[in-house]
Design a protein around this ligand. Sequence first.
Ligand code: SAH
Ligand code: TRP
Length: 338
Amino acid sequence: MDREDTAVLVEEPVHIDSHLDGAEERTLAEDVLDGLTRPFKELPPKHFYDARGAELFDRICELPEYYPTRAERAILEERSEELAELTGARELVELGSGTAAKTRVLLDALQAAGTLERYVPVDVTEDMVRDCAESLVDEYPGLRVHGVIGDFERHLRHVPPTDGPRIVAFLGGTIGNFPPGSRRRVLREIARLLGPSDHLLLGTDLVKDPSTLEAAYDDSQGITAEFNRNVLHVLNRELQAEFDPEDFEHVALFDREQEWIEMRLRARRELTSEVRALNMTVHFDAGEELRTEISAKFTPERVEADLAAAGLEIVRWLTDSEERFALTLSRPRAGRPA
Ligand code: SAH
Ligand code: TRP
């Protein structure tokens, strides 16, 4: 055995790279400067997920009204064995991995198939990547975890190369949080992580009756409202803003034309807040709204067209028994440009 082999054998099971540094605070500052000075105020959704936001999101996933998590889990429970067989994946890369709760269903199937070697979670929330990596190596003997703390819009080049077939998973309908144009750009970037024997596993929520959709984003316990307002706590802490989150009402509306849920914060009264770190004053009229997120709902045609635009073809279209949510397995179309 030569020295290199020895080095591989003693490799630590957990390896974490962080690509968030001062640059990340700059993007929050830039997003606030840009988004809160527009005629229609807007902030990108990734700033929801500090430690408190991540915890609130976990509670959203348990809510009776929030069906997407349960529906996606049901599909995984039903079809993971088939996914493992179709892909032969040795590696699972997951974008926006969070606590990887549903991911374990897929990891179980890959382990049972005997192919699983490495899991690569990619998320902006540092503690989640670290905690999740530590738990998974305990739960899955022999598994290596290479965590990437970073922004999946900016840091995909830091996903380590692979020498075996892999699945890149993007679950939870998070792709729907991008407006249609950026969605295609993001899918194109993700497709660049795929070699000829790799697959993308994409979770998308499906178009359905507006009352079910609106309830999923405006639950009776007010957890989603608290999650939405959390972005103001983030601005207060990170940029020394002075918002009173209770001055804002949570609004979730299904836009029937665009077929997306729109999440907004509506000022209950006229107000101003200093954002001291940016030397900026923000004014809201009474009733003025700040758009915090869209969550696009898909038809099979829309998923197919978006994947095709990224050079991907569908291998399996999987839905739950009530057709509320879809998981799509796709692969690079033969002859696509690199
Ligand atoms: N995949 C999990 C979590 C979905 S919530 C599930 O299906 O339940 C969305 C996750 O994406 C959060 O963990 C959040 O921290 C992460 N996230 C959001 N925007 C991100 C970005 N731009 N880059 C990396 N991670 C992001
Ligand atoms: N990606 C999830 C979704 O679009 C995130 C989410 C669920 C969310 N509930 C929310 C984001 C409420 C903001 C507010 O379904």
